[in-house]
Design a protein around this ligand. Structure first.
Ligand code: NAD
Ligand code: UDP
Length: 334
């Protein structure tokens, strides 16, 4: 039987993940409202959807209430890259906390189901490896990443309190490093940074000795996981980890990018970044068991697609959300 058409709000819908999510939901025939303040994105991510009758674009800031009638809400609005979320840390906390309160209030009023895009950052610099959902984390509450980590932790708390106190139908996904086409070219994240540096013939910058690890998930896999979680059984509300379990050091990532591009530029080591997690890899046993989900795209294949995307990008069409593209450069300037 065909799935019933729903009215779906995607906050942060013009961003990297949000634009892929909107695309999938529009293709499924749903009525999609994409809400964004365009802090770390621009309209061009969703221009191809603008002429679809089941797509609507709203410029709005989630820290302010908004009244819409919807059946589902995906709450993705929040700057996600360290250089962007540290640019105005107080605004980042407001976005996470007040944004959560506003979408939860809307869900309570409309009886919509609401999904929170949480993050592996809630585990901080983990001393349990890989990280299962039961691990409570090791976050520095007063460090430079706290505005994001603690904001997202508080949002999770709000989601579970609205669920327990008001019966709101929630879902919480903890997203691990995700990459792919439509990452912002100036977001300073490792994948976009290193690819653009290699394509531009510049040295690749590694913060610290490059032995810190991450596990990189291709965007298509991640979006599939988010949609499955939203539409999964009501007795499984999360939190659930979504990410790829193949773990790489940042140096290995840099070497793979150079090999794929066929570049001979150098890999240079810059000073380490404060509170940079030393290792990160999701335990996805829960997602496998409850959602039948696991990532399919290998890093090498996903990187090749992402490199092709960045090769074709006209950088002159992109505004820098902030002047900072590197926490190292920013901190050494102080
Ligand atoms: P992104 O920066 O591309 O997207 C975030 C979007 O939210 C942008 O379009 C931005 O303009 C918008 N936004 C920011 N503040 C807003 C506000 N106050 N009001 C309205 N819109 C606002 O980042 P992304 O990678 O697409 O991340 C999307 C979500 O997923 C974020 O909540 C992020 O924390 C979460 N997440 C992403 C990753 C990842 O690796 N990509 C990992 C963990 C969690
Ligand atoms: N990093 C790096 N060089 C860069 C950008 C990032 O070495 O040009 C490192 C960063 O210090 C971190 C990892 O790559 O250890 C991932 O950084 P990113 O900003 O992509 O995301 P994070 O997982 O830290 O939120």
């Amino acid at each position: 039987m065909a799935e019933a058409i729903k009215r779906i709000l995607v906050t942060g819908g013009a961003g990297f993940l949000g634009s892929h999510l909107c695309e999938r939901l529009v293709a499924q025939g749903h009525d999609v409202i994409c809400l964004d303040n365009f802090f770390t994105s621009q309209k061009s991510n969703v221009t191809h959807l603008l002429d679809k009758p089941n797509f609507e674009l709203l410029r709005h800031d989630v820290t302010h209430p908004i009244f819409l009638e919807v059946d589902q809400i995906y709450n993705l609005a929040c700057p996600a890259s360290p250089v962007h979320y540290q640019f105005n840390p107080i605004k980042t906390i407001k976005t996470s906390v007040m944004g959560a309160i506003n979408v939860l209030g809307m869900a309570k009023r409309t009886h919509a189901k609401v999904l929170q895009a949480s993050t592996s950052e809630i585990y901080g610099d983990p001393d349990v490896h890989p990280q299962p959902e039961s691990y409570r984390g090791s976050v520095n509450p007063i460090g430079p990443r706290a505005c994001y980590d603690e904001g997202k932790r508080c949002a999770e708390t709000l989601f579970f309190d609205y669920h327990r106190s008001n019966g709101v139908n929630i879902r919480v996904v903890r997203i691990f490093n995700t990459y792919g086409p439509r990452m912002h070219p100036y977001d300073g994240r490792v994948v976009s940074n290193l690819i653009l540096q290699a394509l531009g013939g510049e040295d690749l910058t590694i913060y610290g000795d490059g032995s810190q690890t991450r596990s990189f998930c291709y965007v298509d896999d991640l979006i599939e996981g988010i949609i499955r979680m939203m539409n999964g059984p009501d007795d499984f509300i999360g939190p659930v980890n979504l990410g790829n379990t193949d773990e790489f050091t940042i140096r290995q990532l840099a070497e793979m990018i150079l090999e794929l591009i066929g570049s001979r530029v150098r890999i240079v080591s810059l000073p380490p970044v404060a509170d940079d997690p030393t290792q990160r890899k999701p335990d996805i046993a829960l997602a496998r068991a409850k959602l039948g989900w696991e990532p399919r795209v290998k890093l090498r294949d996903g990187l090749a697609r992402t490199i092709e995307y960045f090769r074709g990008l006209d950088l002159s069409q992109y505004r820098r959300p902030t002047q900072r593209t590197s926490p190292v450069i920013a901190s050494s300037a102080h």
